[in-house]
Design a protein around this ligand. Structure first.
Ligand SMILES: Nc1ncnc2c1ncn2[C@@H]1O[C@H](COP(=O)(O)OP(=O)(O)OP(=O)(O)O)[C@@H](O)[C@H]1O
Length: 275
């Protein structure tokens, strides 16, 4: 039991209007660790990140970050808290009209009064950390997908955050870029002494780099454990997910109560059929 985790979600429920998205979520992100939230599309992973970032408020339950209840903060408190969180959004969108250098300097200029010489040194340090110091003057359109993702990573750590949240950091990358980005997530976490949350459905890549995994299905945590425990899990849902098996508790068919035969016989133009 971690008495002082960076993040704690306690009995969190969240609904859009009256449609439940998350139910009874209990989750802990320890300091200094990399934790993955995995699950199929639409299960509520991004929603969980948005609750932690304070963009959404839970319908009930508590979201605590570094000892503060996120949804009880006023706008100044929230602004201050968010400044200490780095975020790599899905597909790591960069500002397309700014150079790589300016993309990273942007946060520093927005949130600090640091002089340009210092910003220069910090931008170069961040770019060096992701191996792209030489790309500082390029525009985003001149980068490969893997390079763009690394720039987005450098931008996420621009302000030395206490927490970095990655939303699908591996999406659309070739296998080499994928493992470079994976290794960088781990290295940056350890070098900066932050905590990281990786939202992903890329099981194999993330199991190589994370300390702990939460599996979410239909808005509930259905399994959790260390990367080793997850790899060897016999829990049917986890096993199916980890090994990418088509058959198992996750159905190929979206649920329907209507038998297939009945559906086919009741289509348009079928009403007059004599049988
Ligand atoms: N603004 C919104 N209004 C209503 N429903 C929403 C909204 N945003 C997301 N949802 C719904 O909430 C559910 C959870 O979405 P969420 O984005 O958290 O899933 P996810 O697990 O991150 O999926 P993906 O991997 O595809 O990004 C989905 O069913 C989605 O349709």
């Amino acid at each position: 039991m971690d008495d002082n985790p960076l993040i704690r979600l306690t009995d969190v429920n969240f609904a859009y209007d009256r449609r439940p998205i998350l139910t009874g979520i209990n989750m802990v992100i320890p300091r200094g660790k990399v934790v993955a939230i995995m699950g199929l599309s639409g299960c509520g992973k991004t929603t969980t990140l948005r609750l932690i970032g304070g963009q959404l408020k839970p319908s009930s339950g508590k979201v605590e970050v570094d000892g503060q209840v996120v949804h009880e903060l006023d706008s100044d408190g929230l602004y201050e808290l968010r400044r200490r969180m780095g975020m790599l959004f899905q597909f790591g969108a960069l500002f397309t009209d700014m150079s790589v250098y300016d993309n990273i300097a942007f946060q520093m200029r927005e949130h600090t009064d640091l002089p340009e010489e210092l910003i220069h040194d910090m931008v170069m340090m961040k770019l060096h950390a992701v191996g792209l110091r030489g790309a500082a003057r390029l525009m985003p359109s001149e980068l490969s997908g893997g390079m763009a993702r690394r720039v987005a990573l450098a931008r996420a750590i621009a302000l030395d955050p206490m927490l970095i949240m990655y939303d699908e950091p591996f999406a659309g990358l070739d296998p080499i870029s994928l493992s470079i980005v994976g290794e960088l997530i781990r290295k940056l976490n350890d070098a900066l002494g932050t905590s990281s949350i990786v939202v992903t459905h890329d099981v194999q890549e993330s199991l190589k780099i994370v300390d702990y995994v939460y599996f979410v299905s239909a808005g509930k945590i259905v399994a959790e454990g260390t990367a080793e425990q997850i790899k060897h899990s016999t829990e049917p849902y986890v096993h199916q997910f980890v090994w990418g098996e088509p058959d198992g508790p996750v159905n190929f068919h979206y649920p329907t109560t209507r038998p297939y035969g009945e559906e086919m016989l009741s289509g348009p133009g079928r009403k007059q059929v004599w049988w």
